[in-house]
Design a protein around this ligand. Structure first.
Ligand SMILES: Nc1nc2c(c(=O)[nH]1)N[C@H]1C(S)=C(S)[C@@H](COP(=O)(O)OP(=O)(O)OC[C@H]3O[C@@H](n4cnc5c(=O)[nH]c(N)nc54)[C@H](O)[C@@H]3O)O[C@H]1N2
Ligand SMILES: Nc1nc2c(c(=O)[nH]1)N[C@H]1C(S)=C(S)[C@@H](COP(=O)(O)OP(=O)(O)OC[C@H]3O[C@@H](n4cnc5c(=O)[nH]c(N)nc54)[C@H](O)[C@@H]3O)O[C@H]1N2
Ligand code: SF4
Ligand SMILES: [Mo]
Length: 757
């Protein structure tokens, strides 16, 4: 192994292969290839960490030399068993990128000018205090991120909700996980999944819907491939309007029309019921039925499903009745079915209903709470679960699965935080989209934006860019050349993740420790230090009494013990040694919990195999959820669907990945992917420019013709700031989760005629 690795360095390898090839070779070369990719000579020391990017939460080993991170390899002892993807393999380069923000800046007469921390923070505190005094606490806000450390989100949430007294705490997880969080909470009584990655090794049927696992969670895809290799009878079903890298490798590919797949889920349930593939004993013991208002009977559910019989809905779905029947049979009859989904489901106007319906399929078939049988929503960002969902750092929730609107939950948190009754406002704050709308209406006058780039990532971009101009916007970022920087009144230079300490929590309730390995550049500070400084300047210094990462974590551990999210036993000391721990984990000698709601979970009563203890009667809920067509259905004026998403080599708005030459070379620039038939009809060739128009705006971009797009659907990614696809993306959102629908926008296209000068 050593000899080969010296011949082929990681940089060479990634250069030789495109991002996709690098990962697919890893996928079939097994873990050796990742090892081969890394051995480039000695380092001073190796350190255990986790990748900062996605919710796969890969364990990595970081090699340090002369005060810098110079190497990275997958941690073989971690849950990802040494496998990492092409983005993770570039963490050393990312940690050394040029152009970091190194000093605070204040906008003076339209220009950003360098300032001291004291000047910048004094200005921020003055503007926030002034607004709170004149217009009340709801005139200020925090807009955070699933990439902040848990200690940071927890502190911001506590400061704003129980210090300042506003529930205006939201962030990019609203754009990402809100539908999953609400879906789980409605169905099981509490957020966060029952299952774990371990289930990937046991499933015999994978139902992958609205997830491009191959590109978005590559090591999990590799694990599915390994499972299939070990048992060729394992079946993979993929539901996606685009023939993605994931869909190309499926046993059964269902190319649904964008925005229609709630009908598919109901149709599968109808077949499962009609063919007797359900489990009456499990249903009797563990399931209630509900029509969205009241408990109803099994008979009501069966009657409701009749409208979704395959022959009634297949043509609108773009499928055949036989395909639906086959999918239902594979799902129901398999020994263990695991569903995986991400943004093709969550980012939808019916995102919550879709989440409900996926869980329902598992509940009626008893495909849950057994190894390999589980509905597992894959998380997007490294710390959306641990940092934001668990700590309750969204506008409608409080820590540990509590809800702002429930008086008893507010009282509990007020008691735990030691603040007078009534401190936490009874009204949920603004969710992401409405927060930016409120800026436009000058209801929110000052906002701290931390670790996210809304000017590029929000839908209907021009509307919210205009809104940001009306607000006193403070931005904490590691770079000062982001799109959001154009709208910032103050820029605070932030430390990158390995320049600070804290905990990440990924998809499967696993917490992992990130330790500070290098100093931040210039005067950059950790986001926690920035929040503590703000708290002190706003007069909440005594209340925000935990000021170091470890102190905050210890406080948060103790808070968690007052809920079924209990992880009091997960200390920094344990995390330093172990490869992450999964909660619930109530005591320091508890091993953590792989599968929730079943034997082994400390909250399940002795002798019970399954207990959905999130609900008072210990039963989960199957909801009767009707299909409501999106307002973005195509029309004569807007005859095509635009859908947006990810490519393997880039991370979101590209601030970290687009500066790495290997990654931007393999991704290319932002462009529209279009099916050959649509290209032919519009008389387009590769590289031609088109104007894409929706009800929200228009933009010009190049096209690439691709067999993988379905006729009638064009696709684009959003990493390229010069190709602002969000200028045309709809800002319709799910009425309950308030998560915007980035996946379905009706558009028209025409060849772009550049205007002569
Ligand atoms: N390489 C890379 N990986 C990432 C990220 C990244 O930026 N880059 N970001 C991370 C984050 S934060 C997230 S949220 C995840 C997202 O991970 P994914 O959800 O896997 O990624 P997307 O590409 O946004 O969307 C997934 C798929 O949904 C499909 N889709 C669109 N409309 C519909 C529909 O109506 N029905 C169905 N069934 N499918 C539809 C799209 O065609 C697309 O293939 O990825 C994480 N991992
Ligand atoms: N069209 C379209 N738009 C989408 C989506 C889609 O599918 N389609 N998906 C949505 C989803 S799921 C998501 S999650 C969002 C993501 O949207 P964003 O959160 O806006 O995108 P990122 O590029 O991840 O932004 C992270 C920012 O934090 C900075 N940063 C990195 N590390 C640190 C740190 O430690 N501290 C601080 N203070 N800053 C740091 C980075 O430089 C970057 O500017 O995009 C959403 N937008
Ligand atoms: S899969 Fe996600 S967590 Fe793992 S290395 Fe890639 S980006 Fe990092
Ligand atoms: Mo996301």
């Amino acid at each position: 192994m050593k000899e080969t690795s010296e011949k082929l360095t990681r940089r060479h390898f990634v250069k030789l292969s495109s991002g996709v090839v690098a990962v697919s070779s890893m996928a079939f070369g097994g873990w050796g290839v990742t090892e081969l990719l890394v051995d480039e000579g000695p380092v001073d020391s190796w350190h255990k960490s986790a990748c900062r990017f996605c919710g796969t939460g890969c364990g990595v080993m970081l090699g340090k030399k002369a005060g810098k991170i110079v190497r990275v390899r997958g941690d073989k002892e971690a849950h990802n068993r040494g496998v990492i993807c092409v983005k993770g393999s570039m963490l050393a380069e990312v940690s050394q990128l040029e152009g970091r923000a190194t000093t605070p800046k204040i906008r003076v007469n339209g220009q950003l000018k360098a300032a001291s921390w004291d000047e910048a923070m004094a200005l921020v505190a003055e503007k926030f205090s002034e607004s709170i005094k004149t217009n009340g606490p709801d005139s200020v806000a925090f807009y955070g991120s699933g990439q902040l450390l848990t200690e940071e989100s927890y502190t911001a949430n506590k400061l704003f909700k129980a210090g300042i007294g506003t529930n205006n705490v939201d962030g990019n997880p609203r754009l990402c996980m809100a539908s999953a969080a609400v879906g789980y909470a409605q169905t099981f009584g509490k957020d966060e999944p029952a299952g774990a990655y371990d289930d990937l090794d046991h499933a015999t049927c994978f139902f992958i819907i609205g997830s491009n696992t191959y590109e978005s969670h590559p090591p999990l895809w590799e694990r599915i491939m390994i499972r299939k290799k070990s048992n060729p009878n394992v079946k993979i079903i993929v539901v996606d309007p685009r023939k993605t890298e994931t869909a190309q490798r499926a046993d059964m590919y269902l190319p649904v029309v964008p925005g229609t797949d709630l009908m598919l889920l109901n149709a599968m349930a109808q077949v499962i019921v009609a063919k007797g593939l359900y489990d009456p004993g499990f249903i009797e013991e563990h399931v209630n039925f509900n029509d969205g208002g009241n408990t109803v009977s099994w008979e009501d559910y069966v009657a409701f499903l009749q409208d979704y019989a395959p022959e009634k809905v297949a043509s609108e779905l773009g499928l055949t009745p036989t395909q639906i029947e086959e999918a239902a049979f594979l799902f129901g009859a398999s020994k263990a079915t695991m569903s995986l989904w991400t943004m093709g489901i969550n980012q939808r106007v019916q995102g919550v209903f879709l989440n409900n319906c996926i869980s329902s399929l598992h509940l009626i078939t008893a495909q849950i709470c057994r190894p390999g049988a589980t509905p597992l929503s894959l998380t997007g960002q490294s710390n959306a679960c641990g940092g934001v969902r668990d700590t309750g750092s969204l506008a409608h929730i409080l820590p540990g699965g509590r809800l702002v609107k429930k008086p008893e939950h507010r009282r509990e948190m007020e008691k735990i935080w030691g603040v007078p009754e009534g401190t936490i406002a009874p009204k949920p704050g603004y969710d992401a989209v409405n927060l930016f709308r409120a800026m436009g209406e000058e209801k929110v006058k000052a906002c701290l934006v931390m670790c996210t780039n809304p000017a590029q990532s929000l839908p209907n971009a021009s509307r919210y860019r205009e809104a940001m101009e009306k607000c006193f916007l403070v931005m904490a970022d590691i770079f000062e050349d982001t799109e959001t920087a154009q709208y910032a009144d103050v820029i605070l230079p932030a430390a990158f993740y390995i320049e600070k300490t804290g905990v990440y929590g990924q998809t499967e309730r696993r917490y992992q420790l990130i330790e500070k390995l290098v100093d931040p550049p210039g005067e950059a500070r950790s986001d926690l230090d920035i929040l503590v400084d703000l708290a002190e300047r706003l007069g909440h210094g005594d209340f925000i009494s935990s000021k170091t990462p470890k102190d905050v974590w210890d406080e948060w551990r103790k808070v968690s013990a007052h809920s079924v999210y209990n992880f009091e036993g997960i200390t920094y000391e344990r995390l330093e040694k172990e490869r992450g721990l999964q909660w619930p984990c109530p005591t320091e000698d508890h091993p953590g919990t792989v599968r929730r709601y079943s034997t082994g979970d400390p909250f399940v009563q002795e002798g019970r195999k399954v207990q959905f203890y999130g609900k008072p009667d210990n039963k989960a809920v199957v909801f009767l959820r009707p299909y409501i067509p999106s307002k973005e259905k195509t029309t004569e004026a807007y005859p095509l669907y635009l859908t947006t998403g990810r490519v393997i080599d880039q991370w979101h708005t590209g601030t970290m990945t687009d500066k790495v030459s290997e990654l931007n070379t393999s991704s290319g620039r932002g462009r529209f992917f279009i099916n050959p038939q649509d290209a032919f009809e519009a008389n387009l060739n590769n590289g031609d420019e088109i104007e894409v128009e929706s009800r929200y705006g228009k933009m010009v971009g190049k096209v690439e013709i691709s067999e993988n797009e379905s006729p009638g659907v064009i696709f684009a990614s959003f990493f390229d700031p010069k190709f602002l696809v969000n200028a045309v993306v709809s800002d319709q959102y799910d009425p309950v989760s308030k998560e915007p629908d980035y996946k379905v926008t009706a558009v028209s296209i025409k060849r772009h005629q550049p205007t002569a000068l």
